[in-house]
Design a protein around this ligand. Structure first.
Ligand code: SAM
Ligand code: MD0
Ligand code: SF4
Length: 351
């Protein structure tokens, strides 16, 4: 089948095989790429119009008990680390809300202090943000015990994010060292069962094949996660993968477009954490509809894949992102619009 035929099939909602998906992921010709991206963008526009959602990123603790091979914040990397207090997180979340973000993503490494006593410290922050700031919340605490999900929801979380990175089990074991594949997979299932919307994600450029990537995209979709992402792996100093050859972000863009074609109504992020603000337009052009990793400047907050890029120069701030959106003829959704969208998503689950 030609590329055009596969795209047409996907666009008209006919199921396409994993081989066809891998074929799309292998596109390199300029004409084929523009056909793919414009098909994905038109599907996105059909479902979401010119509105995008914007998420503030609060990486409030960079302490971590895990030792993921790809991550700058892995336990054995000798780094200055920080942990924000509850009051600091409340202030940061409040000013992000005032600046116009739709959701705050409360993220941490698996910080032993915050994980102790069944995540008491983290739960206290979540309920504080909910009560005092009253804004939709995503939590990204890493992997947690099954009984903790209900507590996150009761504390006020709307979303639970936990990325599998890859659905190739062998590759997973080389990346998320000493972590259990099924336990991480179950996070999405347990979160959903407890009434939380979920986000899954893959990393691109970790040594996976196109078939692995295709299978991971299919798996993420079939789990029913309402938000799915692909992010390019960025090699990090001091880690075992420091010298892995970085991949061009093109593969991430293609993955975004393929996810959009296959799963038209999911939220798909354009993360500022890979190429900074310079990477925003290409990701939106590939079919993304959420901007993530918006980080306020001069607050000593870090990104994950790009811990400093575009933070203190203000290019990852809300105001700068809004200005860029304006130039692209797009609009950030109002908080009321995002909240009704969340209500719809929850109603679909019968919540
Ligand atoms: N600690 C929690 C966890 O691992 O689930 C939440 C935060 S973690 C830093 C969030 C995600 O960042 C990871 O799941 C991974 O997909 C992404 N990430 C980490 N290091 C990265 C890197 N070097 N390049 C690209 N993405 C990375
Ligand atoms: C991002 N750096 O959105 C953040 C992070 C965690 N839920 C999100 C990977 O790109
Ligand atoms: Fe820790 Fe998350 Fe980094 Fe793994 S990816 S080392 S769990 S912060």
């Amino acid at each position: 089948m030609s590329i055009t035929d596969i795209i047409e099939k996907a666009k008209s909602n006919v199921e396409i095989s994993t081989d066809d998906i891998a074929e799309l992921l292998s596109i390199r010709k300029k004409d084929d790429l523009s056909e793919l991206f414009s098909a994905a963008a038109s599907v996105r526009d059909r479902v979401f119009g010119n509105k995008v959602f914007i998420y503030g990123f609060v990486y409030f603790s960079t302490h971590c008990r895990n030792n993921c091979a790809f991550c700058y914040y892995r336990r054995t990397n000798d780094l200055p680390r920080y942990r924000k207090t509850k009051e600091e997180v409340l202030t940061l979340s409040g000013s992000l809300k005032d600046a116009g973000i739709n959701l705050v993503d409360l993220t941490m490494g698996e910080d032993p202090l915050m994980c102790s006593d069944d995540h008491r410290g983290f739960l206290d922050i979540v309920s504080g943000v909910k009560e005092e700031i009253s804004i939709p919340i995503m939590v990204s605490p890493g992997a947690v015990q099954e009984n903790t999900f209900t507590k996150f929801r009761e504390a006020g979380a709307d979303w639970f994010a936990c990325y599998q990175e890859t659905y190739n089990r062998d590759l997973f074991s080389k990346l998320r060292l000493e972590q259990d594949f099924d336990h991480r997979l179950n996070q999405k299932i347990w979160a959903k069962r407890a009434g939380l919307l979920t986000e899954d994600g893959i990393m691109v450029g970790l040594g996976e094949t196109l078939e692995d990537r295709a299978a991971s995209i299919v798996k993420m979709g079939s789990l029913g996660c309402e938000q799915i992402r692909a992010m390019t792996f960025v090699p990090q100093k001091g880690t075992p993968m420091e010298n892995t050859r970085p991949t061009e972000p093109l593969d991430e863009l293609i993955s975004i477009a393929v996810m959009r074609l296959l799963f038209p109504d999911r939220l798909i992020p354009a993360s500022l954490d890979v190429e900074g603000i310079a990477g925003l337009k290409s990701r939106l052009d590939a079919g993304a509809n959420v901007i993530t990793s918006i980080v306020p400047p001069h607050e000593d907050l870090a990104g994950v894949a790009q811990h400093e890029l575009d933070i203190d120069n203000g290019h990852r701030s809300v105001s700068h992102v809004l200005q860029m959106l304006d130039e692209m003829g797009k609009k950030a959704a109002a908080n009321s619009e995002y909240e009704s969208f969340l209500k719809e998503l929850k109603a679909k689950q019968g919540w």
